[in-house]
Design a protein around this ligand. Structure first.
Ligand code: CMP
Length: 139
């Protein structure tokens, strides 16, 4: 781990993992619109979370603080105990509470052991704000 000027931690990743996280971002309607530098900073900041089968990763109604990418494994999304979707890698999930400051809209459970990458809400937002500021300052 190394630190940047703003003390954001950079967590090293191999190229394969980087590519999977990036392809997951690109499948998301909001995240695919990020500038390359923002996306790179977000990917750099993500930390690994490995969970066993049957773990509840997100609980509907909770206050959310992490946005996740699924690198490997299979997840189930349910709302009010009804199945919404089975998600395969690569994909982004848990983005709604982070982007829109709402409660978790659904529950997400691992159906298999899953390798996840997560970014904190505060880091996500500071990358958004900082690069918006840099852009503004350079006008
Ligand atoms: P969030 O609300 O933060 O936490 C639960 C996550 O489940 C949500 O973000 C989405 O990533 C995902 N999710 C919610 N509704 C659906 C749906 N209808 N289909 C697929 N994924 C969903």
């Amino acid at each position: 781990e190394t630190a940047t000027s703003s003390d954001r931690k950079v967590i090293q990743k191999d190229q394969h993992t980087w590519d999977i996280i990036e392809s997951a971002f690109l499948t998301n309607d909001f995240l695919c619109q990020l500038e390359k530098q923002q996306m790179d900073e977000m990917i750099e900041s993500m930390h690994q979370v490995d969970v066993p089968a049957d773990s509840i990763v997100i609980r509907q109604g909770d206050h959310g603080s992490l946005l996740y990418v699924l690198e490997d494994g299979k997840l189930q999304v349910t709302k009010d105990n009804r199945l919404l979707r089975i998600m395969d890698a690569p994909c982004v999930f848990g983005e709604l509470a982070i982007l829109y400051h709402c409660e978790r809209t659904a529950s997400v459970k691992a159906l298999t052991p899953c390798r996840l990458w997560a970014i904190e809400r505060s880091i996500f937002h500071s990358i958004m704000v900082n690069s918006a500021k840099t852009k503004h300052d350079s006008l």
